[in-house]
Design a protein around this ligand. Structure first.
Ligand SMILES: Nc1ncnc2c1ncn2[C@@H]1O[C@H](COP(=O)(O)OP(=O)(O)OP(=O)(O)O)[C@@H](O)[C@H]1O
Ligand SMILES: [Mg+2]
Length: 267
């Protein structure tokens, strides 16, 4: 399902204290592709993901998800997409299986069916045997897998991920990236993945949308032609190095711009 954003503007707050978070952002996020959104802190990455997911209304522009075009209005929450955050919002008092099956429970799917589907997904993210555990009994990486399974069970064509692995330790992060690559390559959803990490963006994405410092605009779109299936070994290839250096150069410019803006605001 293509997602097309045209001249999207997002202004927060009331005059004179308004913040222009997104400034005429236009992009086509192609169907069944994995797009990473990279940019300095505060540039509007989360805002963009939340608008597409229907969590935030927007100021002006057009957002089209599939065949539904929206202007100056909120997209119906959850109509096409499901969101995965860094802060997982799992229910700590519910078992793993009841967390994963929650969305189906809300849809009124009967218990036998939802448990069967949840069990299959729990196994597919490597958590077989942990169905009856509760989130506080799991490691950070295991909790992140539960959150992934809980999103996947909704079978929405679009998955929006906002820095989902940012809080994980380096090794767990590598494992989770490989897991996500595997799931994506098998299920071919349209994925928008927000990240600060350049290596993560290149390893996962078919393209990397680099945003400017606030107000967020699209600075450059980097096509990532690395073959699939992807694996962590690719980070040592010359092609990966070339893409990394390009993204680093763009991000460095924008982080310096953001710092200048802050200095100007303070001074
Ligand atoms: N609900 C809101 N009300 C007012 N301002 C907001 C709101 N949400 C975001 N902003 C502002 O809009 C700008 C963009 O925020 P956003 O959270 O989208 O940035 P981000 O790129 O996700 O940053 P980070 O990388 O730190 O997560 C920021 O200046 C932020 O302070
Ligand atoms: Mg954010």
């Amino acid at each position: 399902m293509d997602i097309v954003v045209e001249n999207l503007v997002q202004v927060f707050g009331e005059a004179p204290k308004q913040v222009l978070a997104l400034d005429r952002v236009s992009h086509r996020f192609p169907s069944q592709k994995f797009t990473c959104i990279l940019g300095p802190s505060g540039c509007g990455k989360s805002t963009l993901a939340q608008i597409i997911g229907g969590i935030e209304p927007f100021t002006s522009g057009t957002v089209t998800v599939g065949s539904d075009a929206h202007q100056k209005s909120r997209i119906a929450l959850g109509s096409h997409s499901v969101m995965v955050w860094q802060h997982l919002n799992l229910f700590p008092w519910r078992s793993v299986i009841d967390n994963v099956a929650f969305g189906l429970e809300m849809q009124g799917v009967d218990k036998a069916e939802r448990n069967e589907r949840a069990k299959a997904l729990i196994a597919s993210v490597g958590l077989r045997g942990f169905e009856q555990h509760r989130p506080p009994q799991l490691s950070g990486g295991m909790r992140q897998r539960v959150a992934l399974a809980r999103a996947l069970i909704m079978e929405r064509p679009v998955m929006l991920m906002d820095e989902p692995f940012a809080a994980l330790d380096a090794q767990t992060k590598i494992v989770m990236q490989e897991e996500l690559v595997r799931i994506y390559e098998r299920s071919k959803r349209t994925i928008l993945f927000v990240t600060h990490a350049i290596d993560e963006a290149i390893l996962l994405g078919d393209e990397v949308v680099v945003m400017t410092a606030r107000p967020g605009r699209i600075k450059e779109v980097i096509k990532v032609d690395l073959p699939r299936p992807r694996s962590q070994d690719m980070v040592n290839t010359p092609e990966f190095g070339r893409l990394y250096n390009r993204a680093l150069h763009l991000i460095r410019e924008e982080v310096l711009n953001a710092m200048k803006q802050q200095d100007a605001a303070v001074g």
